[in-house]
Design a protein around this ligand. Structure first.
Ligand code: ADP
Length: 289
């Protein structure tokens, strides 16, 4: 990792110099998803001192090892002592056992806690991940209701990634390309099979790539908006998960829901942050008790 990367990664929620210079207690959170694995280390002031996001590549155990190695490279190993570990995500139990985690939490609880920590006024969390999408209603930092789509790939990051591959662009570029479109191509939202065949047919009609990409974003947003309306959307709305990094989806969802959507480069770590905060709380409780 470059020095520049190191500076960026250690700049965080709170201001100031965050690489610990003394003997500092720290808490590790890992969120192991089917597509990506995220990790954060927080210090005793609950500031993020290291964070990393990488692809799971079908091997959660190896992804967790790579995350821990990368986090370790961002901090002074002699100064930082990890006191407790929390895990979340689909492989949370496996990785929890590997790391000796003291807390293993489901994604909904971990995202609610991590998101509320960064956005105390959040009432609705939209989480579009690799293989599912979720809408979580939050009150006072606690998830009180949710709706989840796991059966259909139409409203997921994996669908966006597969279409990016088909169109020969990186998924990371998808959002910016969509911004250059004047009119989204018509792509169905109900099912990936229909959506894919419409992408192919739009390509054969030589529709502009940016309009097809914009149409794909509207299709995914449409699917997620349908899910969101089932539980109701209340301000403030925060979007998390890897797809929150895609400005095209954020814009299309804002349009369809009629609510401002808050997001930031940190929101993709919200599950890992929630897991780290749980580990921290549990550690403190054990020390007192
Ligand atoms: P998981 O469900 O495994 O936790 P994520 O929540 O990280 O995975 O979602 C993964 C998806 O996020 C990818 O399939 C991709 O569509 C999207 N994604 C991740 N990073 C970016 C990025 N920088 N720009 C646009 N899309 C992204």
């Amino acid at each position: 990792m470059t020095e520049q990367g190191k500076t960026r990664l250690t700049t965080n929620v709170s201001e100031g110099s965050l690489v610990p210079s003394g003997r500092t207690d720290a808490y590790l959170g890992i969120d192991i998803g089917s597509i990506s694995t995220k990790g954060v280390i927080i210090d005793a002031d609950r500031r993020i001192i290291a964070r990393t996001y990488l692809w799971t590549e079908g091997n959660p155990a190896d992804a967790a090892r790579r995350v821990v190695a990368d986090l370790g490279s961002q901090v002074d190993r002699d100064a930082v002592r990890v006191r407790a570990v929390g895990t979340t995500g689909s492989a949370r139990r496996l990785v929890g056992a590997m790391c000796g985690a003291t807390v293993v939490k489901n994604e909904i609880t971990a995202h609610a806690v991590g998101t509320t920590f960064l956005h105390p006024d959040v009432r609705t969390i939209l989480e579009i991940g690799g293989q599912d999408s979720k809408i979580i209603c939050v009150e006072n930092g606690i998830a009180v209701d949710y709706a989840m789509n796991t059966l259909c790939a139409a409203g997921t990051g994996a669908f966006l990634s597969s279409q990016a591959h088909r169109l020969g662009v990186e998924v990371e570029e998808f959002g910016d390309i969509a911004l250059t479109s004047k009119k989204p191509a018509n792509i169905a939202a109900r099912c990936t099979v229909f959506a894919e065949s419409e992408v192919i047919s739009q390509l054969s009609m030589e529709t502009n790539k940016c309009d097809i990409i914009n149409g794909i974003h509207h299709s995914v947003a449409n699917r997620v908006a349908g899910l969101a309306h089932r539980v109701g959307v209340r301000d403030q709305v925060v979007m998390t998960g890897g797809v929150a990094q895609n400005i095209g989806i954020v814009n299309a969802l804002q349009e369809q829901l009629g609510h401002t959507i808050h997001t930031s480069p940190l929101t993709q770590y919200n599950g890992a942050l929630g897991a780290a905060l749980f580990a921290y709380q549990k550690y403190l409780k054990e020390q007192k008790g």
